[in-house]
Write a protein that binds this ligand. Structure first.
Ligand code: AMO
Length: 439
């Protein structure tokens, strides 16, 4: 069935702008039909938009028959435009309703729907993601992305205020930065190329001209993990800064993260309520523990782990109980970190690397980088990679790249901490995982 046109109608109010004080005013509202009720003598439906919903009330005695027939023919989740009068009504949600004079069904929705957008009938995550548009009309999933908006805006504003320049680096690249095993190959005309795992090498080069840079963009990881914490396409907030060491960027990271917690708590009260999630703002400075101390603490708690092993999720959970709130793990074994991380001069088995953890999740990692070309070449070889692949990158180190440091923060993982989402897929509009390439 074809829908009606907007013709000369223009939306005058969103549902959030309709208040009892506007009683008597004419309005045109547009949105989706949430539910329809017929109480005999009076028909209702809720019109929902991005901000909320408003009750459309059609008493038989007050509206024309064609309006009542139209309401009977509406299907749930169709998009509609309603012209009518704003009317104060104690019994309506929000104390206000609209008495319609004309209704246009702009695009009818199919019946039955694959998902109940009111959320009354529970659906598993796969069903929800398959019908993501309907899912995102539900208050909880919508709240997650309104919080994401605050997170992204806060990160951006906070870094700009600290003097960082926003940059965009290529997502089609020639070589790995993290580990070769997690690259997605693509065909690039007659050459092989890859999707970028991280803006790492480009952001390092840019410290040589812009000093402080940041990028918020996608990173791609061909990890085969099928966990609650792994995606194959992630939003990463990366910074890189010249003339500093890891301690300086750790301070920036904790300030940005604390500001994100503060702003979400302040600006997303309604969304946190919809999610039934409360957040506790961490305090500066966040606790720091060395990798070696973390291993000792875990061994004291009778966890079987040896020096040189990475923490598993249960181990990170155990550690977070000891540390409380977000915390840094510093001074990682050099061999566990990528080639660009600077080893300590006195004790090269230990590196100037850090991770930021929160509960059982790693939120960010970073460190002081190597800026001497010979050492970088040596570490590339030791990591099993070929310096030839990094020819253009290494050339920059002949042109006075300053000492520098930076970090990469996983935005969807940070969102898990701020929204209470159980699965990182819930924090991506259209997540990519091992089994999911659509929608
Ligand atoms: P790393 O590989 O640790 O470091 O990635 C940085 C952060 O990105 C997030 N992340 C992921 N989130 C969900 N699913 C994944 N598969 C995934 N992979 C990574 C995590 C992680 O902490 N170049 C360095 C950063 C730097 O040193 O500046 C890097 O990419 O939150």
């Amino acid at each position: 069935m074809a829908g009606e046109n907007l013709e000369n109608w223009r939306k005058t109010h969103s549902t959030g702008e309709i208040r009892p004080e506007s009683g008597g005013e004419e309005t045109i509202v547009m949105g989706w039909v949430e539910n329809i009720r017929d109480l005999g003598g009076i028909k209702f439906f809720n019109l929902q938009d991005r901000e909320g919903k408003i009750q459309i009330t059609a008493p038989e005695k007050e509206v024309k028959k064609e309006i009542l027939d139209k309401i009977d023919s509406l299907s749930k989740q169709s998009s509609v435009a309603v012209k009518g009068k704003i009317t104060e009504a104690d019994q309506a949600p929000g104390g206000v309703e609209i008495i319609p004079t004309q209704i246009r069904e702009l695009n009818p929705a199919e019946t039955p729907l694959p998902l109940d957008p009111t959320g009354q009938t529970k659906a598993d995550l796969d069903t929800r993601l398959d019908a993501r548009l309907l899912d995102l009309r539900r208050p909880k999933p919508a709240a997650i992305f309104k919080i994401k908006h605050t997170i992204l805006r806060t990160i951006r504003e906070s870094l700009i205020l600290k003097g960082f320049l926003e940059v965009n680096t290529p997502k089609i690249v020639k070589s790995a930065t993290e580990t070769g095993a997690t690259l997605f190959p693509i065909s690039y005309f007659e050459k092989e190329a890859f999707l970028s795992q991280s803006p790492q090498l480009y952001k390092e080069i840019l410290t040589g001209c812009f000093d402080k840079v940041f990028e918020i963009g996608p990173i791609f990881r061909a990890e085969e993990h099928d966990t609650r914490y792994h995606l194959n396409e992630v939003t990463s907030a990366d910074i890189e800064m010249a003339f500093v060491k890891k301690e300086d960027v750790m301070e920036i990271l904790e300030e940005v993260v604390i500001e994100v917690f503060e702003r979400v708590k302040e600006e997303n009260k309604g969304e946190l309520k919809a999610l039934e999630h409360d957040i506790e703002v961490p305090k500066k400075p966040l606790p720091r523990v060395t990798y070696g101390e973390a291993i000792d603490k875990l061994q004291e708690a009778e966890v079987e782990i040896d020096w040189g092993e990475d923490f598993s999720i249960p181990e990170q959970r155990e550690l977070s109980e000891i540390m409380e709130g977000p915390y840094f793990v510093v001074d990682w074994p050099t061999e566990m970190k990528p080639f660009y991380i600077k080893p300590e001069e006195e004790n090269p088995e230990i590196s100037h690397a850090f991770d930021l953890l929160c509960e059982e999740i790693e939120l960010a990692s970073g460190g002081t980088r190597i800026h001497e070309k010979e050492l970088l070449e040596k570490r590339i070889k030791e990591s099993g990679l070929s310096p030839r692949q990094f020819k253009y990158h290494l050339k920059n180190f002949d042109w006075g790249i300053p000492p520098h440091a930076g970090f990469g923060l996983g935005v969807e993982r940070l969102m898990m901490a701020l929204t209470g989402a159980e699965n990182v897929r819930e924090c991506m509009l259209f997540p990519r995982d091992r089994r999911r390439l659509t929608p």
